[in-house]
Design a protein around this ligand. Structure first.
Ligand SMILES: *Cc1c(COP(=O)(O)O)cnc(C)c1O
Length: 241
């Protein structure tokens, strides 16, 4: 058995344990394989093992790798989970099946425009910044910017809101991490009440080191890189090492 197959078995075991502890069915938690920095052949190996949802953090990197994965199987989805500059929005819309890191009104406008041009309805998650770390991206949930973004979203007819995403503070004690995940769920509940036209069902939270805590706090999608693929061959540019 390959290392990847081995890792997947172990990971599925831990996910099942976390789901049982939380009294939640396994099917409520989607596994996103974070393939950033790994080559296309690793992704193909993961697809062969049955993984269907992938996260990449750079437009340029995925533009290269996606060439080696064509024709893409119908069942697989590749989402952007890293920060996206507005000037790359059009390219990102061409390349990705979803943007899980929407963090400004300006970016939403650009994505909506580009999706409309392609006749595409683009699933998006709003990335929320819940930790004071300077390096974290995402929208401050208490800000006017957040209010404006949520008011505008239902009018962007080529965007399809699906939920929220967050990254927990790096290396924080479990209690702090857990509080961060709980806070994302509470913001979701509040925004869902205030904006009944938006679908905010997805809570994308939890990575290799903290997905069990996230499942306990209601994650519906966990984003796992290292625990599946091993240590990244080079540091990913962007926020998470
Ligand atoms: C890299 C990354 C992950 C995966 O991190 P691991 O600790 O390797 O599981 C998840 N989410 C985001 C946004 C990332 O950039």
């Amino acid at each position: 058995m390959t290392t990847l197959a081995d890792n997947l078995l172990r990971l599925e075991d831990s996910i099942a344990t976390a789901c049982r502890a939380a009294g939640r069915p396994r099917r409520e938690v989607e596994l996103m394989a974070v393939s950033k920095t790994f080559p296309a052949e690793t992704i193909l190996e993961a697809v062969a093992l049955g993984l269907t949802l992938f996260g990449e953090n750079r437009v340029q990197e995925w533009a290269q790798k996606s060439l080696e994965i064509c024709p893409k199987s119908q069942r697989t989805e590749f989402h952007l989970i890293g920060h996206l500059q507005s000037n790359k929005a059009a390219r990102a819309v061409e390349l990705f099946d979803g943007i899980d890191s929407l963090d400004s009104l300006r970016l939403a406008e650009r994505l909506n425009e580009a999706s409309a041009k392609l006749g595409k309805r683009l699933p998006v998650l709003i990335e929320v910044k819940l930790s004071p770390e300077e390096t974290k991206s995402g929208i401050d949930p208490d800000s006017d910017d957040a209010v404006k973004l949520f008011e505008a979203l239902p009018h962007f007819t080529s965007l399809e809101a699906r939920g929220l995403m967050t990254i927990a503070p790096w290396g924080a004690p479990d209690e702090v991490t857990r509080a961060c995940f709980r806070s994302l769920r509470e913001w979701r509940d509040r925004w869902a009440r205030e904006h009944p036209r938006l679908n905010l069902d997805v809570l994308s939270m939890g990575m290799s080191g903290d997905f069990a805590l996230a499942i306990g706090e209601g994650a519906t999608r966990i984003r796992v890189g290292t625990a599946l693929f091993g240590k990244r061959p080079r540091p990913a540019t962007g926020l998470v090492p």
